[in-house]
Design a protein around this ligand. Structure first.
Ligand code: ADP
Ligand code: MG
Length: 259
């Protein structure tokens, strides 16, 4: 589904990704492990189309369509979702309204309609209405064990690290992506929250057939999200790929032995 070939990417004049190739099939879970600063988050952001990074070489294709020049919004519409390592706080933007906005954008995109057109269509009008959305979101918040009061706050503002991760997964639930890029999902979540969130991700993966690219330092999470492949990432390159046993070996030996 996602195919990356020999990607090189830079931030300003520093090359961070130095020739990454990776293929992720439908409904597969891939895991990236590697030392701090090796470029893992950069890879996730480059796939999502983050404008800070310049892709200097290589191909990124989704369902055999070259998306390297696509805007982040177009990639999101094609089903790419990025859960940030450090989700931003968005002051002045109410969380419920924000979720409603992304829901509406998704519905309009799927229907191929503008907001004006959708307002003239009875069933679409209902689907994008705030009242209908209230029902949807009220069903979703318990999946990540998030009290509904959070919806009345600003996006991520004052949320703890774990609450921000739950907020990301709630956004993912609404968007139902084809490919979820989960950057250090486990950082900030307590043990119970990690179990709850992972259980939900596995359910969603089964329901929707989505694929996952998970970045983590903790093989413990792989007990919940069984990986098809594990990749060891060092200094902007994938230096080794394998199955779950590679994660166990990395945990036992550390990253440095591969440098
Ligand atoms: P990882 O996620 O593997 O810890 P990152 O992809 O976040 O690593 O970063 C890789 C390297 O690129 C680091 O040295 C980091 O400081 C640098 N880098 C990445 N993004 C930026 C940025 N927006 N501004 C400055 N430096 C960056
Ligand atoms: Mg990172």
């Amino acid at each position: 589904m996602l195919s990356i070939t020999n990607i090189h990417a830079s931030f300003e004049n520093t090359e961070i990704l130095k020739g990454i190739s990776l293929t992720i099939g439908n409904n597969e879970t891939h895991v990236i492990m590697g030392p701090n600063g090796s470029g893992k988050s950069t890879l996730a952001k480059v796939i999502a189309g983050h404008p800070s990074y310049r892709v200097t070489d290589g191909i990124i294709s989704l369902d055999e369509k070259d998306i390297a020049e696509f805007e982040p919004e177009e990639r999101a519409h094609l089903g790419i979702f990025l859960s940030f390592q450090q989700p931003r706080e968005i002051t002045g933007v109410n969380f419920r309204q924000y979720l409603h906005t992304i829901h509406r954008a998704k519905v309009l995109n799927q229907a191929g309609k503008t907001l004006q057109e959708a307002r003239k269509d009875r069933s679409l009008r209902k689907e994008i209405s705030p009242i209908h959305f209230r029902k949807i979101v009220d069903e979703l918040t318990p999946h990540v064990n998030m009290p509904s009061e959070f919806l009345e706050r600003n996006v991520n503002e004052g949320f703890s690290g774990g609450e921000k991760k739950k907020s990301e997964i709630l956004q993912m639930e609404i968007l139902q992506p084809r490919l979820a890029l989960l950057d250090e999902l486990d950082s900030g979540l307590d043990i119970d929250a990690l179990r709850t969130v992972c259980k939900r991700i596995v359910e969603l993966k089964e329901q929707t057939g989505m694929s996952i690219l998970l970045i983590t330092h903790y093989p413990k999470i792989l007990e919940y999200l069984a990986p098809d492949k594990v990749h060891l990432f060092v200094d902007g390159q994938i230096v080794e790929s394998g199955d779950k046993t590679l994660a166990e070996r990395i945990e036992a030996e550390g990253y440095l032995t591969k440098k």
